[in-house]
Each structure stands twice: as structure tokens, then as C-alpha cells.
Design a protein around this ligand. Sequence first.
Ligand SMILES: *Cc1c(COP(=O)(O)O)cnc(C)c1O
Length: 406
Amino acid sequence: MATDIASDRTEGLLEDTERYCATNYQPLDVVIERGEGVWVWDVEGRRYLDMLSAYSALNQGHCHPAIVRAVRTQLDRVTLTSRAFHNDQLGPFLRELCAATGYDQALPMNSGAEAVETAIKMVRKWGYQKKGVPDGQAEIIVCQNNFHGRTTTVVGFSSEVQYREDFGPFAPGFKTVPFGDADALAAAVTDQTVGFLFEPIQGEGGVIVPPDDFLRRVREICDRSGIVMMVDEIQTGLGRTGRLFACEWEDVRPDVLIVGKALGGGLYPVSAVLADAEYMGVFRPGDHGSTFGGNPLAAAIGRASLKVVLEEDLPGRADELGRWFMGELDALASPHVAQVRGRGLFIGVEIRESSGTARPYCEALKDRGILAKETHGQVIRFAPPLVVEKEVLEEALEEIATVLEG
Ligand SMILES: *Cc1c(COP(=O)(O)O)cnc(C)c1O
């Protein structure tokens, strides 16, 4: 009886969302009302392990107490000033972010896509002003199978038909090379090329790890041809892959680093572009802006989110747990699994075409208390909050084994 009333509530909430929300997503049928750490609870009181972490925006876990405390404190002070005035959180936030990443300056934005757009504007302007590219000719090289957000400029250089179809016309000035192919990049560079924009591990594209040495070779090519190495670490950054940034796996320092997602600790959209003064210096007052970018609430959240990543050594946890967890997934030897790949706690399990798509496996996992989401049709992404305990992952493995071996 109690269960019936509760499930009526789920049904009602699903109906509301389906009736009133644009159907731009196809969520799993679970209605979450509470989250804490690695766990979420649905409206019927069932508990689930969150293995998506809001696409890695929740590396610190749900409602991390230190981040929640920072919000509460800031809520009692001031939340929005606009950049027309200074606020007492932005300077310290960007100083701490620059110290953690090793760049001269940062430009704060809100969503990841806005930060990508910001980086594109900066590098184009650098190209015209510093490199001497003729007006309107600047070209940025991107990768096939990329994901950098959903604005019209950004989907314009996507290779995913659905992201683009019927949304054109698109901005010119982008050229595509295969991901992980340094020779193709070298061959694509022209006098008009200003930058190369890419993800160090493709996330939405299906957790694709490039060949060893790719980042180092990109660094060399960018240096040799005088183009800007622009790395989108919105999903891979802030500990996810077992390093603070995935580029550290090859000891490579990009010229432009784009961060977002976990910079907001799962509480609020906070993104930023980081670069040295040579690039950031092209911006003049009025060139670019955002009403909410760099607001004091966001800055206070960014400070707390970054502090948790560093103080709780989330990169170290992801490295250690990821190695072990990926090994265990590999050892399942499921007839349905084509490949297990990834780095740190950023893991993709590719389902064989002959076993159907990844979606039914995600639905079966949900019924067993594990929330994961398919990406690119065939891949289940496992990316729990980095605060997860090994014992929790051990229990999850049993459920995953049952689903994948069944
Ligand atoms: C999520 C993501 C973005 C876009 O971030 P939004 O906050 O959704 O705009 C851009 N690049 C990468 C690599 C991402 O994973």
C-alpha cells in the first residue's frame, strides 16, 4: 500500500517533467530528492550509488559539507555584484585557481560551453593581434568525435550529426582532424591556424583515451608551428583521471586550460579559462563579459570546491581506486563487453554491438541501485564521485557483474 502511494508520486513527477519540459534528454526513470556524498535517494526512499556524478561535476560528492558551508556563509553576505564592481571573493578565487594550475590569469564564466567560447574568442584575437593572421581568416583545428558544449558555434564544429542537424548555419573557421592523430594535426596546420582545441580524453565521445605520447606530440607541433594548445579539461580536470589535470599524465602544459563542471562542486555552474598574460592580455574592457561570471557566490563555491579537491587528494584517490576498479571490470570477462578503458575513475565499458546498446544495461543497473548513463550508444560510463570508498565500489562491482554477465 505504502509502495503504491510512493510510486504514484514517482509517476506524477515523471508526468510533470514529461509534460512541461522540452524533451531534449531521455533520463532514466528515477526521481531523486536527496543526495549525500556518493549516494542519492529517490522519492520512494530507495538509495542509489551515483556513478555518473553529473558528468563529473560532482567529483567532491553530493552536498559536500565544506562546500555547503561556504555557500551558506556567502548567502548571508552578498551573492551578485556583476563585474561592474569588484567583490571580495573573485580575487582570492582566481589567485587560488592560478596557483593550483600554474597560469598567470583566469577569466571566470558560468557554463563549460561559455568557457570554450571564451577561449575561442581569446585565441582568435591573439591570432589577429599577435600572430598577424589576416582579418577574418583565423582557423582553429578541432577533433572528430569532440564534445565542447551546445552553443551554435560549438555544435557547428561537432562531427555528431544529431548535435548539428537543423541547427545551422554555423560559424566558419574550424577544421577537423581525427582524435589522437598527431600527424594529421601537423598536416592540417596552415598560416591561418591559430589554435588546436581538444579534450585530453574524449568524454561524451565514449571515454576515448588517445595513444601514448599524443599530448607530448601535440605540444611539439603547437610549439613548432606557433599555434595555441587549447585543452578542454571541463570533464577530465580536477582529479577525475587520477591527476589534477589529464595533461599531467604526459607532463604537458597547455597554453590555454578550460575548466568547469567540478569547479562548481555540484552546487552551481562555475567555469574558467586559464592562460598566461600573453594570451589573456588581448582582452580589453568591453571585449567580453557575463552578468553572472565571477559573482561572489560562484567565487566562494569555486574556492571551496578547489580546496576539497586538493585537501582530500581526490586525484590520488581516483588514481588508486581507478587502477583497481578498472582491473576488476576487465577481469569480469563478460561476453557482452568489447572493451574496458579509461584513466583514474573515468571509465568506459563498451558493449558489443551483438549484445545490443548500453541503455538496457544502465536500466538494469538502476534497478540494482546503481546510476550510470550510456554515452554514444554502446558505452557505459563509470565515473563515481572521487570521495567514494573502496568498499562501496566492491559492492557495486557485484551488481555490475550480475548485470554484465547475465
Ligand atoms: C560538459 C562539457 C562541456 C560543456 O559544459 P556545460 O557546462 O554543459 O556547458 C564542454 N566540454 C567538455 C569536455 C564537457 O565534458
